[in-house]
Design a protein around this ligand. Structure first.
Ligand code: ZN
Length: 377
């Protein structure tokens, strides 16, 4: 995998570049839609391609439980299994074990947990996470880390940082000793932990740097800390992470968060927000957030966003979408998801264009002023 920066903003840390993978080139900064269970909910690969999506994310925890990583391996890997021919990233499974499953025990060896589906007992270790991700075959695979809860005390976070460092070595050793089952390259991203404790963050970066080949991730943010603390940590990471590798901020966020993080040198994002909020009737638009189920949209025979060229905004009215959502029609979920993803993809495209044109900083001030002040974005 290769990362090339072709434009750096002079007034901020924003940069535009591209990541070359064996499944295509990904322009950055990039937002990765989430295909949790081998599908971006309600959206087809053709529709993702139409949005110029170049990379999506799959969730190791879910795919391990159902249908099983070995089955996906036999299908030819996750790309082929789900008919997605662009780049793929899988997480390590760790975050969802910590957030979804019933945890039984965390030890230096790994994490014992019970499935949220049937209560069956399982264990993830750095080695098994690598093995599972080798079967899934994503172009970018994530290190198995310990993600402590937001607001965790210093000692707890310090222990998680120590364990994250021990585990990256075991991830790497496993990959050196075991060839993948697919014939394309998989690149391991270490994940920096340390919550909002600067000295733990700094220590963890130093410890993980030797394992970073082409990319590092920032974990342990957007887990309940204040926004200001999150952005301070991102600024610290901007100073510490290698400039010539992509930086992936995990699990963030709202459109304004993306803009503020790009300003601070972030290249990659993922978040369930656009699709999850769409299914709840919350739409991101050029005029701010619309909650389509509100009564006031009942007889609005106008597009959700006149500046959007998605199927919903081109062909249907607010009143129609409101009706579909109110009677829980699947088509409503599809249209709303497509719209929100279009908003996110267009936003990333705009940021790349503004960085290339040398006008990102000015543009971002305008965007943030309007969207933060009165649009709820
Ligand atoms: Zn739209």
């Amino acid at each position: 995998m290769q990362f090339k920066i072709h434009h750096e903003d002079e007034k901020s840390s924003a940069r535009a570049g591209e990541i070359k993978t064996d499944h295509g080139t990904v322009p950055t900064p990039v937002f990765m839609p989430i295909g949790t269970r081998a599908s971006v909910k309600a959206i087809s690969p053709d529709e993702l391609n139409a949005l110029e999506t170049k990379i999506i994310l799959g969730n190791t925890y879910h795919l391990y439980l159902r249908p099983g990583h070995e089955l996906i391996g036999r299908a030819g890997g996750l790309h082929k299994f789900m008919n997605w021919h662009g780049a793929l990233l899988t997480d390590s499974g760790g975050f969802q074990v910590f957030s979804l499953a019933k945890l039984n025990k965390i030890s230096d060896d790994g994490v014992e947990f019970q499935s949220h589906i049937d209560g069956s007992r399982h264990m993830f270790t750095p080695e098994s996470s690598m093995e599972i991700q080798q079967h899934l075959g994503a172009d970018i695979i994530m290190a198995f880390d310990e993600c402590p809860p937001g607001r965790a005390d210093y000692q707890t976070v310090e222990a998680a940082v120590d364990r994250t460092t021990k585990w990256i070595k075991r991830c790497k050793d496993y990959l050196i000793q075991n060839n993948g089952i697919h014939n394309w390259e998989q690149t391991l991203f270490p994940i920096v932990q340390g919550n909002v404790y600067p000295e733990l963050r700094e220590r963890n970066v130093e410890e993980l740097l030797p394992y970073a080949e082409c990319g590092m991730a920032i974990g342990g943010l957007a887990v309940g800390e204040d926004k200001s603390e999150m952005f301070e940590t991102i600024e610290q990471m901007d100073e510490l992470l290698p400039k010539d590798q992509p930086r992936y901020l995990m699990g963030v966020g709202r459109p304004t968060d993306l803009v503020r993080a790009v300003k601070r040198g972030i290249d990659m994002f993922d978040c369930v927000l656009p699709t999850r909020n769409a299914r709840n009737g919350q739409l991101f638009t050029s005029k701010g957030i619309i909650n389509i189920t509100n009564h006031k949209h009942r007889e609005e025979f106008i597009p959700v966003d006149e500046n959007c060229n998605c199927d919903l905004c081109q062909n249907y009215t607010r009143a129609y979408l409101r009706h579909l959502m109110n009677v829980n029609e699947i088509f409503g979920h599809r249209l709303a998801s497509l719209h929100n993803l279009t908003y996110y993809m267009d936003l990333m495209k705009t940021m790349r264009r503004e960085i290339d044109a040398g006008s990102f900083d000015e543009w971002s001030h305008g965007y943030l002023k309007t969207m933060l002040e009165n649009k709820g974005m």
